[in-house]
Design a protein around this ligand. Structure first.
Ligand SMILES: Nc1ncnc2c1ncn2[C@@H]1O[C@H](COP(=O)(O)OP(=O)(O)OP(=O)(O)O)[C@@H](O)[C@H]1O
Length: 302
């Protein structure tokens, strides 16, 4: 399949994006498992502060791409660069996941991975403590500086749980929370590591319509109130079209399109690859866009 890329409005292509304030940049990322090419020369420029969605049919390579960005997989070819806000550039290719997290990328998983027997607060505190300035010796000795750092990290964990709407469930055991709350907790835990980029892998999977709306608001607030760039894998087209600034489409490991939600949903390769070949499917997505345009946007007025 040819790489047929639609760029965002205003003629932003690779050259234009290179001059922009980028937070993540990949080029020619190629990942193989045996004879199977899972990612094929994937190029991405993610702008600082944007919500970028990665969509594509099952098996397109979306999670493999996340795994490559976060150090779980090491692509055989290509470059992956993180551009922190304080300047410089770090190669992430082949970095260990905990280092990628320390640099400033945090992720959630398709299958929720919490400590089920610990409380919501304990789950977040464990993540927050990775950012503690005090060393293990001063913590062991209970030095005032260590106690202060721990107190601050506790307070931050509680604030984060409030932020995601779990203020009444701080002391509930994670395993006993409903599915939507577990998703929120996973997001709070990722945020506790103070990321510059948050990668969400299918956060809407298994959530009900009310939870989806809450998730949509939460993603926007993470982006606008915390200033975190969000990279989102999602199958729920309504959520993607509503929340994403831009969308990148993978199919069989290749990027086949990129642009604003409305540009991408009209792209013939996307309609064919992702929405199915039926005109009815394509129309369904167009209707979603039309509905959203006519509905007042509460969030944007806040
Ligand atoms: N560790 C691995 N070993 C072998 N093959 C793998 C491995 N990880 C992923 N793959 C293969 O890579 C391809 C892409 O899988 P991936 O999970 O990245 O797709 P996806 O777009 O996230 O799919 P979905 O939407 O279903 O989650 C699939 O064919 C998958 O079987």
């Amino acid at each position: 399949m040819s790489t047929d890329v639609t760029h965002g409005a205003g003629g932003s292509g690779a050259a234009a994006a290179a001059e922009e304030d980028l937070v993540l940049r990949t080029s020619d990322v190629t990942l193989r498992f045996g004879g199977l090419t899972v990612l094929d020369k994937v190029e991405m420029q993610m702008r600082r502060g944007e919500i970028l969605a990665v969509i594509g049919p099952n098996g397109a390579g979306k999670t493999s791409f996340f795994n490559s960005l976060t150090g779980a997989y090491t692509p055989q070819e290509g470059r992956i660069a993180f551009l922190p806000k304080d300047g410089g550039e770090r190669s992430l290719l082949g970095s260990k996941p905990h280092l990628v997290n320390r640099y400033g990328l945090a992720r959630t998983f398709q299958n929720i991975r919490l400590f089920g027997a610990l409380t919501a607060l304990e789950n977040v505190k464990i993540a927050a403590e990775t950012r503690l300035k005090a060393g293990p010796v001063s913590i062991m000795l209970g030095l005032p500086s260590a106690r202060k750092a721990e107190r601050e990290s506790d307070e931050r964990s509680i604030r984060l749980l409030k932020f995601v709407g779990l203020q009444d469930k701080l002391n509930e055991v994670a395993g006993s929370l409903c599915y939507g709350d577990q998703r929120s907790l996973e997001i709070a835990r990722a945020l506790a590591t103070e990321p510059q980029v948050l990668l969400l892998d299918e956060p809407a999977a298994g959530t009900n319509p009310t939870e989806k709306l809450e998730l949509e608001r939460l993603i926007r607030r993470i982006n606008t109130e915390m200033g975190v760039s969000v990279l989102l894998i999602e199958h729920d087209m309504r959520l993607v079209m509503s929340v994403a600034d831009r969308v990148m489409v993978l199919n069989f490991g290749k990027k086949i399109a990129e642009g604003t939600p409305s540009e991408v949903q009209q792209h013939p390769a996307v309609v064919e690859a992702y929405l199915g070949t039926s005109a009815a499917d394509a129309d369904a997505v167009r209707n979603i866009i039309a509905e959203q345009r006519s509905a007042p946007d509460e969030e944007s007025t806040q």
